[in-house]
Design a binder for this molecule. Structure first.
Ligand code: FES
Length: 288
């Protein structure tokens, strides 16, 4: 029994392990194995290999890396068991001086092991980025673009172009871009309102002072808005009863939808048919 500080700290037993080449080999070996597993995982995922292959590589790689880290750190510290007799009213500074850490010999770092371990961790981290490749191309344009563009005629489900005078007061029609009937994201509703619209309706996009068009895709969860009540110009979504005021920019007045239905810029071409002046100026459908 000996003491690092004879006054207050008594070391009962101190086992300082000698530098172990076996341990170093284990750390290096498991680190390299983990890095290899990360590469197998990334390549397997990108090449769409069987799930068991790259999933197993990920699992074994994680285990190997964890074991290498554990062996690296547990071998660094001497195993010391000590007791510290408590004296009455010991001063804080004195207690701090006499902690066990003060008695432990400085830790010898082995740069090679550190580098191998850090390198393996970096490779493993890069390997975990591989799932990003599986996301495929960005859907941004597919989600925001529709079939509407400047000069595209409005057509019914039967493919017939429409003139303003064909829309009766209180009348409503499902419309599509010419040549793209049935394309869900382009579906729109054409309404001749019973009253003159007011902001936030964009009045420059209104034809004959009362004909407006809005996206048919509900901004709550994407159901088709299909019902219209002429009395108060209300558009309804049957899925969760969201209600939109078609005379005021289709702002939601009831239900879970939080965003208006995007308004389609409307105009009339030289032959007198209704056309879009541009695509919707906001994304259609629910937020994403
Ligand atoms: S999808 Fe229209 S209210 Fe829910």
């Amino acid at each position: 029994v000996s003491g690092a500080n004879d006054e207050t700290l008594t070391v009962i037993e101190e086992r300082v392990p000698p530098p172990s080449k076996v341990n170093d080999s284990i750390v290096i070996g498991f680190s390299l194995f983990a890095a290899l597993c990360a590469v197998v995982f990334a390549v397997g995922l990108v090449l769409r290999a069987p799930l068991g292959l790259y999933g197993g590589a990920l699992a074994f790689g994680l285990l190997a890396l964890a074991y290498a880290v554990r062996r690296f750190f547990t071998d660094r510290f001497p195993d010391v068991e000590a007791i510290e007799p408590r004296e009455a009213a010991a001063e804080p500074e004195r207690v701090r001086e006499n902690t066990l850490v003060a008695a432990v010999a400085p830790i010898a770092r082995r740069p090679l092991l550190q580098r191998v371990l850090l390198g393996a961790s970096a490779v493993f981290g890069l390997g975990l980025l591989a799932p990003i490749a599986s996301l495929g191309p960005s859907p941004r344009r597919a989600l925001s673009d529709t079939g509407w563009a400047s000069g595209v005629r409005l057509v019914t489900t039967d493919g017939e172009a429409l003139r303003p005078e064909e829309i009766a007061v209180g009348g409503i029609a499902s419309i599509w871009p010419s040549g793209r009937v049935g394309e869900e994201r382009s579906a729109a509703l054409l309404v001749r309102l019973s009253t003159e619209p007011e902001p936030p309706t964009v009045l420059d996009w209104v034809v004959d002072e009362r004909i407006v068009a809005y996206s048919k895709v509900c901004t709550h969860a994407g159901c088709p808005v299909a019902l219209y009540r002429e009395r108060d110009n209300a558009l309804f979504c049957p899925c969760h009863q969201s209600t939109f005021d078609a005379a005021r920019g289709s702002v939601p007045t009831f239900g879970p939808a939080a965003r208006p239905l995007p308004q389609l810029p409307l105009g009339v071409d030289e032959q007198g048919f209704l056309v879009a002046l541009a695509d919707f100026q906001e994304p259609v459908g629910p937020p994403y």
